[in-house]
Ligand binder design. Structure first.
Ligand SMILES: [Zn+2]
Ligand SMILES: [Zn+2]
Length: 155
């Protein structure tokens, strides 16, 4: 067997479990995650109530809602960009974008599983709060890297 961990590791590192604050919404996601991003855009700040959100993408078929579909609400924060959250406790779960219908953009703060991937970039730093100081080597961008005028204004 080529993977020496197979069989003796009870947790598959690529299987991620997540839930909302009240526990009514639960999901599983199969990694690896892509575009692991720390976003300081105003929309992520407002929705999370935090300085930034950490978001990542995965294909639709790697995301499975286990519980709580009836609790989910969405808010179209920009045209074609729906932020989906728990209507009972307010936790941000994911975003769906009409421009990328095959992917979900997961809000990693709701993960119950830890994961070993690194933050790849930091974006929309032009919208950061002054208290957000960076002392790491994560590449930072004022908006999106290589932004075009048609790109979304949030993550
Ligand atoms: Zn909830
Ligand atoms: Zn954002």
């Amino acid at each position: 067997m080529s993977d020496s961990r197979a069989g003796d590791d009870p947790v598959d590192a690529k299987l991620l479990m997540g839930s909302c604050l009240c526990g009514g919404v639960r999901y599983r996601a199969e990694g690896p995650l892509t575009l692991v991003t720390r976003c300081h855009c105003l929309q992520c700040r407002k929705q999370s109530g935090a300085e930034f959100a950490t978001n990542a993408s995965l294909e639709n078929d790697r995301f499975e809602l286990l519980e709580g579909e009836a609790l989910l609400r969405d808010f179209e924060s920009s045209p074609g960009e729906k932020r989906i959250f728990c209507g009972q406790c307010g936790s941000s779960i994911l975003k769906r974008s009409a421009a990328s219908p095959d992917f979900v953009r997961l809000r990693l703060g709701c993960l119950d599983s830890d994961f070993d991937q690194k933050i790849q970039i930091r974006i929309f730093t032009e919208s950061r709060l002054a208290i957000s100081e960076f002392s790491d080597d994560i590449p930072s961008f004022e908006t999106l890297p290589g932004a075009a005028s048609s790109d979304p204004k949030s993550d």
